[in-house]
Structures are given as structure tokens and as C-alpha cells.
Design a protein around this ligand. Structure first.
Ligand SMILES: NC(=O)c1ccc[n+]([C@@H]2O[C@H](COP(=O)([O-])OP(=O)(O)OC[C@H]3O[C@@H](n4cnc5c(N)ncnc54)[C@H](OP(=O)(O)O)[C@@H]3O)[C@@H](O)[C@H]2O)c1
Length: 383
């Protein structure tokens, strides 16, 4: 069977220069045979995710080459409708609408090692009119849900947020006083937003988050999250080499860091942040550590702008600070997450939906920071 898909080639395989960033191309592809435990599905709508941009930018690696393939179909978050099931599939029928859960390969506890339709070889995602996926990566929508399907389509980062928050908050709680209420501070991004919301909703935390556009700042405030305007400290972009060699840069950085820390000081009434959510990485890591209270937790599941972090073990020990690292949610967590979402409406806010034909343009807009909300949704087939 043939279908139309937005594909990404490995570097050098699409006629572009080896070091050029990848581009999505709309092409006809052949679908693989339906295996015993596979499902033929039609993607309905999906959410553009940061890892799709990492794949296009081939940063930190050329994911297509790493999978040993020439071209792949990305898209690890969204909703699909079941069209046909392989003979060994149970519990799914034609017409069922399901989430695509991102677990490509898991460890013995069920935690994700490779992401479906990203770094897991041979997997196919949402960017195709028809797709073939193993039944185990599908999870059913809550029957009769009261929430808009487009919001559910974008909720994979809420699941990641849940898994990370569970560990970060649990760790902080171990040493906190019984009546202590945490101050949570998040850097930008959809996962961070989901965590700040969850921190308030589930655990009564006071949350603040940085953002740089008026739309995002207003969204944060509307959710009861104290909005920190990042444009007030634009020069907070740490670069160790420049810090040691470029005086003008160092002074600008220090002034920006000072502005940021005084905002944190005000928000936390001088105590420092109990939990800092940092999915950005190197440019903000130094400031994240300075913002952290004694007994604080620095938590991450992302490395948008840099994977390398330097910290002083002695200081972390003396201040009893903990560092949490997680990846996507465990499929075993999904049922309780979805039940919580249905009950409390803990779901992303979704704006205009990008039509199928314009997905290539969406990928460019996202890469150049021209998407205003946090959860850009695209349509593949009508729901
Ligand atoms: N492990 C997992 O399962 C998992 C799941 C999802 C995402 N992730 C990773 O987590 C990271 C964040 O993803 P996301 O989807 O939450 O974020 P996102 O929606 O892509 O947004 C990141 C935001 O961070 C802010 N930002 C950008 N550069 C910055 C800088 N230098 N300093 C401070 N803030 C900056 C920008 O917002 P403002 O300009 O408004 O501040 C930007 O929109 C990505 O690397 C992604 O791959 C991991």
C-alpha cells in the first residue's frame, strides 16, 4: 500500500550538502506489511515536538543515519484512528481513536530508552496519511472524553512532565518540612509549563516561569503561574569560554544574571527556588544553580541548548541539592495520568491547527521561534 508522507532523509541522501540541515519532503512512500502485532492507522492530528526539530537540524546527531536508514517518517505525539489490526492484536478495533505513546524501546522497568518515530529504528510516526505501528505503542482515549481532541493530540509533553515532576517533587518532599510549600521555577517550554501547572494543581506549589513573548506571558498568568519576562535579562546566555575571554560579554552576562536572581529573590521571598525545572541546558545552567535554595532540586528531561553541565559536587553536597534526570513517561504511568487529565482538565492550550499541506512551513516556523504558543498542532486526516 502506498501513502503520502512528509519524510526526512539522512544527511547527504537528498542532494543537499552533507552539513546542511534537513528539510521535510512530501512524497509517496510504501507502507510496510502489517505484522502480527501491528496496526494500520490513520493519524488524525499531531503535535510538533522539539525532538522533530532536533532531527531536522541533525543536532545533536543525524538521527536518520543513526537509525541506519535513508529516510524516515517522524511524529511521536498525536492521535490516530485504527483502520486494521494484525491477527495477534487484542483490545483494539477498527475506528478506535488512540494516543501514540512514544515508547520505541523500553528497559526492564518499562522506561523509555528509544522514542518511537524518533531514534527507534524502523519506526514510523504521525507525518503520513496512513501509518503502521506496533499495537503496544497505542493507548486508548478516555471514552466519552469532555475535552477537545486537539488538546489530547498535544499532550505527550504533559506525560513527560508528570514523570519528571513525580520524581522531582518526591525527592524535594523527602527532606522538606511537613508544612513547607515549594517555590517552583521553570525555564521556557511546553514541558516546563505542564510541570508548573501540575505543581500548582496537584501539590499546591507556588510556580513562576520565564517566557519571552506577550502571548506566552499572558498564558502563564491566566494559569496562575507568575510570569517572568525573559526579555528583561536577554544577555543571560552562559558561554564558559567567552566568560573567561571576553570582558564585554562577561559584564553583560553578569548584569543579566543579577537581574534574573533578584526576580527569583522577590518571587521566593529570599528563600531561593525549591525546584528549578531546566530543560534548556548550558546557557541557563549556572543561573539555575544560583537560583536554587538549600535542599533544592534541579530537575531536567531536556537539553534544548546544550547537554554539558558543570557543577561543584562539594557545594551540591553541603547545600543538600539534588539533580533529577528523566525521559518520557513510562507506559505504566499513562492510565493514571490520563485519568487525572480528564478529571482536572490538565491539558495543553492549542491555537490554530496547521493543515497537512503546510507542515513543511510549520517545521520552519518552529525552528525559527515563530510559533507563539507552546503546542503547535497539525492535521493529517479529519477527525
Ligand atoms: N525527555 C523527553 O521525553 C522530552 C519530552 C519533550 C521535550 N523534551 C526536550 O525538552 C526540551 C524543551 O522542550 P519543550 O518542548 O518543553 O520546549 P519548547 O516548547 O520547544 O520551548 C523551549 C522554550 O525555551 C525558551 N528558550 C529558548 N532558548 C532559551 C535560552 N537560551 N534561555 C532560556 N530560555 C530559552 C523559549 O521560550 P521563551 O522565549 O518564551 O522563553 C523556547 O520556546 C527540548 O530539548 C526537548 O527535546 C524532552
Amino acid at each position: 500500500m502506498k501513502t503520502s508522507a512528509w519524510v526526512l532523509y539522512r544527511a547527504g541522501a537528498d542532494g543537499l550538502a552533507l552539513d546542511a540541515p534537513g528539510r521535510l519532503r512530501l512524497e509517496e512512500i510504501s507502507l510496510p506489511e502489517l505484522g502480527e502485532e501491528d496496526v494500520l492507522a490513520e493519524p488524525l492530528c499531531g503535535s510538533w515536538e522539539a525532538n522533530m526539530t532536533h532531527a531536522l537540524e541533525r543536532s545533536p546527531v543525524d538521527i536518520v543515519a543513526a537509525r541506519g536508514e535513508d529516510r524516515i517518517v517522524l511524529g511521536n505525539s498525536g492521535l490516530l484512528r485504527v483502520l486494521r489490526t494484525g491477527p495477534a492484536v487484542t483490545g483494539l478495533r477498527e475506528g478506535d481513536v488512540c494516543f501514540l505513546a512514544s515508547c520505541g524501546k523500553a528497559d526492564r522497568r518499562g522506561y523509555v530508552e528509544q522514542v518511537h518515530a524518533y531514534d527507534s529504528p524502523g519506526t514510523m510516526g504521525m507525518l503520513a496519511k496512513r501509518t503502521v505501528v506496533p499495537a503496544r505503542v497505542l493507548a486508548p482515549l478516555p471514552p466519552g472524553t469532555r475535552h477537545d481532541l486537539r488538546r489530547w493530540a498535544a499532550c505527550a509533553r504533559y506525560w513527560t512532565a508528570w514523570s519528571n515532576w513525580r520524581l522531582a517533587y518526591g525527592t524535594w518532599r523527602l527532606e522538606a518540612l511537613e508544612d513547607e510549600v515549594p517555590y517552583v521555577l521553570g525555564w521556557g517550554g511546553g514541558v516546563s509549563l505542564a510541570q508548573c501547572e501540575l505543581a500548582r494543581l496537584k501539590d499546591g506549589a507556588r510556580a513562576a516561569m520565564a517566557a519571552s513573548s506577550p502571548g506566552r506571558l499572558a498564558l502563564l498568568e491566566s494559569k496562575g503561574i507568575h510570569a517572568i519576562d525573559r526579555s528583561a535579562f536577554r544577555d543571560l546566555q552562559y558561554d564558559e569560554e567567552r566568560f573567561h575571554t571576553d570582558t564585554t560579554y562577561r559584564e553583560a552576562y553578569r548584569a543579566a544574571e543579577q537581574r534574573f536572581l533578584s526576580i527569583v529573590d522577590q518571587f521566593t521571598q529570599g528563600q531561593g527556588a525549591s525546584i528549578v525545572i531546566d530543560n534548556i541546558g548550558t546557557p541557563v545552567h549556572r543561573a539555575s544553580l544560583k537560583a536554587l535554595a538549600r535542599g533544592g532540586v534541579l530537575t531536567t528531561c531536556g537539553w534544548k541548548h546544550g547537554m554539558t553541565m558543570k557543577y561543584y559536587r562539594a557545594i551540591a553536597c553541603i547545600k543538600r541539592q539534588q539533580y533529577i534526570h528523566t525521559h518520557a513517561a513510562n507506559p505504566r504511568e499513562v492510565d493514571s495520568i490520563v485519568a487525572f487529565q480528564e478529571r482536572h482538565g490538565w491539558l495543553p492550550e492549542v491555537g490554530t491547527v496547521t493543515p497537512w499541506e503546510h507542515i513543511g512551513e510549520l517545521s520552519t516556523a518552529y525552528a525559527t521561534g515563530k510559533v507563539d504558543g507552546y503546542f503547535p498542532v497539525f492535521e493529517v486526516n479529519a477527525a
